[in-house]
Design a protein around this ligand. Structure first.
Ligand code: HEC
Ligand code: HEC
Length: 350
């Protein structure tokens, strides 16, 4: 009798302990330290200023929940993460062109999301110039999420979970588009990639192989003027010699500025994590780095700008060396960073 009571008490205690533990190790809990922004020493000053939107664990957690939640789309099928996949540096590897609601195919390849606070304009054509307003585009685009901001707010208001999330992030439970965008910017703005083998090499923590060293030299001679280290973009727009796709007829920068001379210029993409962000180019026309290098090797002869002409024909050895170097830009810490992955299904929030 006595021993069975003891067993009962121990069982109750164990159950209480288990519940307490499951709270303290909530799968998505994040600490203040984990959301502290660490600016890499060799990076320039960022464009986005977190002063007007300080990152907090609660704001970041809300941003992450929104990023992974299909509630932002009209029929609750597409989330930001449907197109921006963490293991691909938040690019999308299954489709050349973006793949949205009702299987609609967009007109552009999904770019990686990384080091966004160092960008002065966004999208392949620079059509958006502030990180906080960027989500309007995917939410309202008919080929992406096809939803109105008004409906998004209505849906979020209906959810007790989101009310609580907004309250903990912004001190009261008012849900506004501005707060929605600020929370998303806390999440996407913290996506910093600065721990690739190349970065470790700069910090003298590892050495490059002879092949990678040769690739780095070639890169500095032929690519760095556009894909400028350490961000691997100079943030400008350029024509890299791709023949326009006549079906898409994408004018790129020219569509935004209306200037003829800007036609077929595209934002120079960062090459960080390029090993995993295939397919490549604004229209995803290449699926392999070898195709990209063949393109540069073939077009430089007829190029109309100096940096492209300067590339010249690449020998097979040079292609192998350049590829080896490009792979040193893969940042496993970033690609597997648990802060950016949601473990609990966000649909449980509704
Ligand atoms: C249907 C696929 C799709 C969905 C859903 C989607 N995106 Fe995108 N995203 C894209 C494409 C395609 C681009 C490039 C668009 C362009 O250049 O016109 C892009 C561009 C971006 C950029 C600019 C990156 C850069 O370097 O210029 C950011 C930031 C971004 N998306 C964040 C988000 C957020 C936040 C959400 C959710 C609210 C979201 N995306 C939903 C496909 C998608
Ligand atoms: C004149 C500037 C310029 C030079 C020089 C240049 N690039 Fe590019 N690169 C671009 C532009 C612009 C794009 C995007 C073009 C588009 O999508 O239409 C691009 C795209 C790429 C991409 C695809 C990235 C992605 O995420 O889709 C790779 C890879 C790349 N370049 C590698 C290189 C290498 C390697 C060199 C040197 C051999 C080089 N580039 C030289 C301007 C340049």
């Amino acid at each position: 009798m006595k021993s069975s009571r003891l067993v009962f008490i121990v069982a109750v205690l164990l159950a209480v302990l288990a519940v307490a533990l499951s709270f303290s190790t909530a799968p998505n809990a994040i600490s203040k330290k984990e959301v502290a922004l660490r600016l890499p020493k060799n990076f320039p000053k960022p464009f986005y200023d977190f002063k007007s939107n300080p990152i907090t664990p609660e704001g970041f957690t809300l941003g992450r929940a929104l990023f992974y939640d299909p509630i932002l789309s009209q029929d609750s099928t597409i989330s930001c993460a449907s197109c921006h996949q963490p293991f691909a540096a938040f690019a999308h590897i299954d489709h050349k062109l973006s793949h949205g609601i009702d299987n609609r195919i967009g007109t552009r390849n999904v770019p990686a999301l990384q080091n966004l606070i160092w960008k002065d304009d966004f999208m392949w054509d620079g059509g958006v110039n502030h990180l906080e307003v960027q989500p309007i585009n995917p939410i309202t685009s008919k080929d992406e999420m096809n939803e109105s901001l008004k409906n998004v707010l209505t849906k979020l208001h209906r959810s007790q979970h989101y009310k609580a999330y907004f309250k903990s992030a912004f001190k009261d439970s008012t849900i506004t588009t501005q707060r929605l965008f600020k929370a998303l910017a806390q999440f996407t703005g913290l996506m910093v990639s600065a721990n690739s083998k190349y970065d470790q090499y700069l910090r003298k923590e590892v050495q490059l192989t002879e092949m990678e060293q040769k690739g780095l030299l070639l890169f500095n001679q032929k690519c760095n003027s556009c894909h400028t280290a350490p961000l691997f973009t100079n943030n400008a727009f350029a024509n890299n010699g791709l023949p326009p796709d006549t079906a898409l007829n994408d004018l790129g920068r020219g569509k935004i500025t209306g200037k003829k001379e800007d036609d077929f210029l595209f934002k120079i993409p960062s090459l960080r994590n390029v090993e995993v962000t295939y397919p490549y180019m604004h229209d995803g026309r290449f699926s392999k780095l070898s195709q990209v290098l063949n393109h540069y090797s073939h077009t430089s002869g007829s190029a109309n700008n100096e940096p492209l002409k300067n590339i010249g024909t690449l020998s097979d050895d040079e292609k192998v060396e350049l590829t080896a170097f490009l792979k040193t830009l893969t940042d496993k810490t970033f690609l597997t960073d648990k802060r950016f992955v949601i473990i609990q299904s966000p649909s449980g929030m509704r």
